[in-house]
Design a protein around this ligand. Sequence first.
Ligand code: HEM
Length: 140
Amino acid sequence: MYLWIKALHIIFVVTWFAAVFYLPRLFVYHAQTDDTPGRERFQVMERKLYRGIMTPSAVLTVAFGAWLLWLNPAWLSQGWLHAKLALVAALIAYHLWCGKLLRAFAADDNRHGHVWYRWFNELPVLILVSVVILVEVKPF
Ligand code: HEM
């Protein structure tokens, strides 16, 4: 049972990160787009990715992760899990920030250039690398 829940947890981590990496990439190209049909196409792509994939994946990742903790509460006393949960909180904040930027693009009120979005796109890489090391190596 535990391993099935863990498999589902990892599946939704993968789909969450696919969207977390792709949405800011769309922002990079959207920020470089001047024509109305092009902007409207990006708005639809961004909204569908955020609502259809990114947010459901985040909810399911957290739900299956919480289920794992419920099945094995011993993890709650380990340092790696505390560090991981702090990074998950940072990832959720990043996710919500993406939603805010998406709403600005939807209102044609984007305030950042494509270079800013390229750097913004790098932030979740640090979270992914750190979380995978924490859960696999469990260094503390
Ligand atoms: C609130 C959200 C989360 C909770 C409560 C949670 C909790 C857990 C727990 C309890 C395990 C089982 C550890 C084990 O059996 O060794 C696990 C496994 C795992 N988690 Fe999460 N997790 C969450 C979010 C995430 C996120 C955002 C990522 C990716 C960045 C992630 C990546 C992983 C991976 C890769 C494993 C597999 C470890 C293995 O190979 O055994 N988790 N998670």
